[in-house]
Design a protein around this ligand. Structure first.
Ligand code: CA
Length: 232
């Protein structure tokens, strides 16, 4: 089945270009032109990925992202026009998976969409081959590679697909330090487009959910100047 992309963008010209290029790549496209319409489409049309502009009438992209995240882990790429917005996306616990700044190159945007959509779909087929090692247990944390769940003290954690991919990558290779570049390449599947700060933000979000004391993490540990590792 074709992957469905929801484009939330009030500038008709940009929405049209995105619509055209996405369809050319074989995606099904739904466009929404303000935040309220976008939020409704996000919940009703069940897209496989959302491209979400920040400055929108009625409800801005930050609000839309937060609302969508209450019920869905769909990959979200924010479109931003200004550096202040980037700081806000990175600084807030919005739950966006990625962002891209305007003006963007269509090629770069398509590469990111492809990486995010593929990631959304990939893990299931991949883990079904692993029959014996479906569960990774680290004290009170259990990572189930088949059901793609992580639980802490028996309670399931609500993780986005990206957060799950990151913990899976780190926890299947415990006590090994990975640089942010290596994580970007292996978890985000970007070769050189990504902003390394998105790695830090995702690590921070994971810690908030996973660690007893996120300010003093004992599972996802920082090795200064080297990167991150999962301590078993
Ligand atoms: Ca706009």
């Amino acid at each position: 089945m074709d992957k469905k992309i929801l484009v939330v963008e009030d500038e008709k010209a940009i929405a049209d270009i995105l619509d055209f290029n996405l369809k050319k790549e074989g995606y099904t496209v739904v466009c929404a032109y303000d935040g309220e319409e976008g939020l409704r489409a996000a919940l009703e049309d069940k897209p496989d990925l959302i491209l979400l502009d920040v400055m929108l009438p009625k409800l801005d992209g930050f609000e839309v992202c937060k609302s969508v995240r209450k019920t869905s882990n769909v990959p979200i790429i924010m479109l931003t026009a200004r550096e202040e917005e980037v700081d806000k996306i990175l600084g807030l616990e919005l739950g966006a998976d990625d962002y891209i700044t305007k003006p963007f190159s269509m090629r770069e945007l398509m590469a990111r969409i492809k990486a995010n959509v593929r990631r959304g779909a990939a893990p299931v087929a991949e883990v079904q081959e692993q029959s014996d090692e479906n569960r990774l247990v680290f004290g009170n944390i259990v990572i189930n590679l088949r059901s793609l769940d992580v639980s802490k003290n028996g309670t399931k954690l609500e993780l986005t697909p990206r957060e799950f991919d990151l913990i899976k990558f780190l926890a299947t290779q415990p006590n090994q330090v990975f640089s942010r570049e290596v994580l970007m390449e292996n978890v985000w599947k970007y070769d050189y487009y990504g902003d390394l700060r998105t790695v830090d933000v995702t690590v921070r979000r994971l810690r908030e959910k996973l660690e007893d004391d996120p300010a003093n993490p004992v599972r996802i540990v920082t090795r200064r100047g080297a990167g991150y590792m999962f301590a078993d």
